[in-house]
Design a protein around this ligand. Structure first.
Ligand code: PFF
Length: 443
């Protein structure tokens, strides 16, 4: 495996993993899920889910990846648990399905960059969304987004992924902070902040069942957990880095971006009508924001900047989604990176076409991933820790100055607490999916 590429530096790895984590999930889904699930109440549950469930679960993927030094399917073999390879495979499959609809939304972002530049969406934001969200334009934009993703992944881990994210992540921060400062000057700013940041614990208690599944799903999705991505990325990592420190940095930076995005989106929404504008499906987010940019001073330039940020975020995530199946076919079948990327990219393109033909299908793909696949994979990862022996504890400890206590507490936490939390989420999620299937939400 000596010709296996590796990150050129620890910062390169952290940035690439942050690039995977920071995506449409942070800047698009997070503020809108927060807006439509009670504001600050959702924020609190989400933060708990990220730090107490997501972070420890991320460490499971890290230890498997670094110890296995292989693609996510083969990594389990390498650490002596080949019969768990299917978990890596299921994660890779989840990446594949996710990219199919993620890329359609990435395509929308291209259309909104064009629409900001030309001013096309200002007159009638809802009609503009309708014209770009599904149909030929959506398919073309989806193809464009996949082409860019394939191009970067084909260049490889260091030349493509690491270089692209080194440029995009700082760009996202600078632009978001700038937009946040601008948003603070809007008339809706204080109402927006208060809805976003003043939790009402009564709301949490009364809406526990409806807040927990989206908060937990959002936590996994945003941390790129359950996709085998973190197994793949940590397999390119040096033996003597501290996994908890790297993971902690990734989780904190990822959370900062999401919270920062809220500081842009909430003032904008409250400047033009409040949180109601954001409730509803995937499209309302684009319609509400585009409408808001149409109404505020300087909206055209700011809209353009916002959608460019969103594009960077989406691309640094989509390349990680494609990397997982590509690393599998290149290592397992000796296919060249260029051919593997092109072949997988084409398959993803085709599977995504239905999602580009109707937003109801896109919602279906989304819900299958959020409500079913992600909780299943994370549950299986947690189950694996019962069978892995103490190897994973040693791996977590390697390169750190931690004693025995923290890794041991972690082991029991991921064995006991994580699976229970995930099982509850899975139960509620499957119920939601079933309801959607029986009441005609999707088909
Ligand atoms: N974390 C990304 C987001 O929040 O948009 C989504 C994602 C990207 C999930 C890459 C999984 C992944 F492998």
């Amino acid at each position: 495996m000596s010709d296996r590429s590796a990150w050129t530096s620890r910062v390169g790895f952290i940035l690439a993993a942050v690039g995977s984590a920071v995506g449409l999930g942070n800047i698009w889904s997070f503020p809108f899920r927060t807006a439509s699930n009670g504001g600050a109440a959702f924020l609190v549950v989400y933060l708990v889910a990220v730090f107490l469930i997501g972070f420890p679960a991320m460490m499971i993927e890290f230890v498997i990846g670094r110890r296995g030094e292989q693609n996510p399917v083969h990594a389990f073999d390498r650490i002596g648990h080949g019969n768990w390879s299917f978990v890596g495979g299921l994660g890779a499959f989840t990446s594949f399905v996710t990219l199919a609809f993620y890329s359609v939304v990435g395509g929308w972002v291209f259309s909104y960059i064009a629409g900001s530049a030309t001013g096309a969406y200002f007159g009638d934001p809802a009609a503009y969304f309708g014209s770009v969200a599904s149909g030929p334009i959506a398919i073309g934009a989806h193809a464009l987004f996949m082409a860019v993703t394939v191009g970067i992944v084909a260049l490889g881990v260091t030349d493509g992924i690491e270089r692209a994210t080194k440029f995009m992540i700082p760009g996202i921060f600078v632009l978001l902070i700038g937009l946040g400062v601008w948003a603070a000057t809007l008339p809706g700013a204080s109402a927006g902040y208060s809805y976003y940041l003043t939790p009402d614990f009564g709301t949490i208690v009364n809406n526990f069942g409806s807040i927990v599944p989206p908060a937990m799903g959002q936590a996994f999705f945003t941390l790129s957990l359950g996709f085998s991505v973190m197994i793949a990325y940590s397999s390119y990592l040096d033996r003597d880095d501290s996994l908890p420190a790297d993971g902690g940095a990734i989780v904190v930076i990822n959370t900062l971006v999401a919270v920062l995005a809220g500081f842009v989106v909430f003032p904008v929404l409250f400047a033009t009508g409040g949180a109601e504008g954001a409730t509803g499906g995937s499209g309302t987010a684009f319609v509400a924001l585009a409408g808001a940019f149409g109404e505020v001073p300087g909206g055209q330039v700011l809209g353009l900047l916002f959608f460019v940020v969103l594009l960077f975020a989406a691309l640094s995530s989509s390349i990680s989604l494609l990397e997982v199946p590509v690393s599998f076919v290149t290592e397992q079948y000796g296919v060249s990176r260029a051919k593997g990327s092109l072949g997988m990219g084409t398959a993803v393109l085709l599977v995504g076409v239905p999602a580009a033909l109707g937003t109801n299908y896109l919602t279906f793909y989304n819900d299958v991933v959020f409500n079913l696949l992600l909780p299943i994979v994370v549950f299986l990862l947690a189950a694996f820790t019962w069978f892995s022996g103490r190897d994973i504890v040693d791996e977590l400890q390697r390169g750190t100055s931690l004693g025995e206590t923290f890794p041991t507490v972690w082991l029991w936490w991921v064995r006991l607490v994580v699976p229970v939390a995930v099982a509850v989420t899975l139960y509620l999620g499957v119920k939601g999916l079933y309801t959607g299937l029986t009441n005609g939400t999707y088909f």
